[in-house]
Design a protein around this ligand. Structure first.
Ligand SMILES: Cc1cc2nc3c(=O)[nH]c(=O)nc-3n(C[C@H](O)[C@H](O)[C@H](O)COP(=O)(O)OP(=O)(O)OC[C@H]3O[C@@H](n4cnc5c(N)ncnc54)[C@H](O)[C@@H]3O)c2cc1C
Length: 380
């Protein structure tokens, strides 16, 4: 149908790949340009959690649920490892428990239910019983292991005929609907999608600056594989997370919870620490994170921050083997205006997707579908 129309994509992170798949399925010819020899950006540095529970109920939650369903179907079709067993947010203080109950009453939606303390301890033995009040169980969430899922998605796209040029930075977009690589090669397109992750200074830097977005760097860790039989049972989060995602912002008790956290946890507040624990197929657990905002940050990774993250984890979950196998940093762009997905059109036929914050893996499929539907409308 659209096979005579060319889509060029800058960036082989998840946002680029999601657009590549949606465009290929719509019949477009698709070529992806990636500056590195393989994707090394946020898409392989994250938790791999697909996280509708973090999205505000309404259109954004629907988009996230679409993303979760799409990942499940794709994983079933391609064999990409995923754990479909959802999420559990646990409350270890009254104000957090109050927020979870309000979220449930405010229409957390289908797939979400409150669990009492005893039920949690029966079903999720890794949860710390000390001070446990209750929790919010979600079934739509899932976990991927993105260092393997993203390459598997690339293999799938190659099999569908998507062409990849790795080690090929795109340095310029020309007026005549063509891009130029660092080797001076030109590639014509009908539509161009730029999903360049944290790169803000190369392609359309003025438009990016005008969009008021800021880099955010996060410290992450992965535990050693846990002993056989140790099973988190779901992605676990605790009290600190409730203030982090927009989903809980309308809960009347949230300000009280945030005030308590600010008063009690200075370093956690300063470093924007909240904690997610997500277990993978090798029984290792990805743990994070902190949030440090700004351009050109010092390269250091802070031991004190990692210690705070691990202490916060221990307040709501106990690992059988707490040793850390690997630590890394990831960066995403975030809107300073509170927009969860920033889409720019610096020129006709050029779409830039940027600043998906900490929900890009969750919202990306829905956004890619929207972009490709728009291209289809233009091309009919
Ligand atoms: C630590 C961390 C944890 C996160 N956890 C989650 C989570 O659990 N759930 C969730 O939904 N989201 C999460 N996110 C957010 C999510 O990972 C991002 O929103 C998403 O991966 C962004 O994808 P992307 O393709 O835009 O960027 P990236 O993955 O960074 O990819 C951009 C690619 O573009 C390439 N590129 C840049 N410039 C050029 C150029 N000029 N020419 C060619 N190639 C270029 C880069 O090399 C890179 O490979 C997390 C992010 C981080 C950093």
């Amino acid at each position: 149908m659209n096979s005579h129309r060319n889509i060029a994509i800058v960036g082989s992170g998840f946002i680029g790949l999601a657009h590549a798949l949606m465009a290929r399925e719509a019949g477009y010819s698709v070529t992806v340009f990636e500056r590195h020899g393989r994707p090394l950006g946020a898409s392989i540095r994250n938790f791999g959690t697909i996280w509708p529970v973090g999205c505000v109920p309404g259109p954004e939650r629907e988009q996230a649920l679409f993303g979760a369903r799409y990942w499940r179907e794709l994983a079933a079709k391609t064999g990409i490892w995923h754990d479909p067993r959802g999420s559990l947010g646990v409350a270890h203080r009254d104000s957090a428990w109050q927020v979870l109950q309000e979220a449930a009453a405010n229409g957390a939606g289908e797939g979400y239910a409150l669990l009492g303390r005893e039920e949690i301890l029966r079903e999720f033995p890794a949860v710390n019983p000390d001070g446990l009040r209750g929790g919010l169980r979600g079934t739509p969430e899932l976990v991927l292991h993105t260092p393997t899922a993203i390459p598997a998605l690339i293999d799938h796209l190659r099999a569908l005929g998507v062409v990849f040029h790795f080690g090929t930075p795109v340095v310029r977009v020309l007026d005549e609907n063509a891009l130029e690589t660092s080797l001076g090669e030109r590639h014509a397109f009908d539509h161009l999608l730029i999903a360049a992750g944290e790169e803000m200074r190369l392609l359309f830097p003025r438009e990016l600056a005008a969009a008021e977005i800021v880099p955010c760097r996060l410290q992450m860790m992965r535990s050693v594989p846990q002993p056989a039989g140790f099973d988190l049972g779901a992605v676990l989060v605790g009290d600190l997370t409730l203030g982090h995602y927009p989903a809980f912002r309308d809960c009347p008790s949230l300000p009280a919870l945030q005030a308590e956290i600010r008063a009690e946890f200075h370093d956690e507040t300063r470093w924007g620490i909240h904690v997610i624990a997500a277990q993978h197929h090798d029984r290792s657990i990805t743990i994070g994170d902190s949030h440090e905002y700004g351009d050109d940050l010092d390269p250091g990774s802070y031991t004190a921050v990692d210690e705070r993250i691990l202490a916060a984890l221990a307040r709501f979950a106990k690992l059988a083997d707490p040793r850390i196998a690997t630590r890394w940093q990831g960066t995403y762009l975030k809107s300073t205006r509170g927009i969860t997905q920033v889409v720019l059109h610096p020129r006709d036929n050029v779409t830039m997707v940027t600043a998906m914050g900490g929900l890009g893996m969750t919202l990306g499929w829905g956004l890619a579908k929207r972009t490709v539907d728009h291209w289809k409308t233009l091309d009919t």
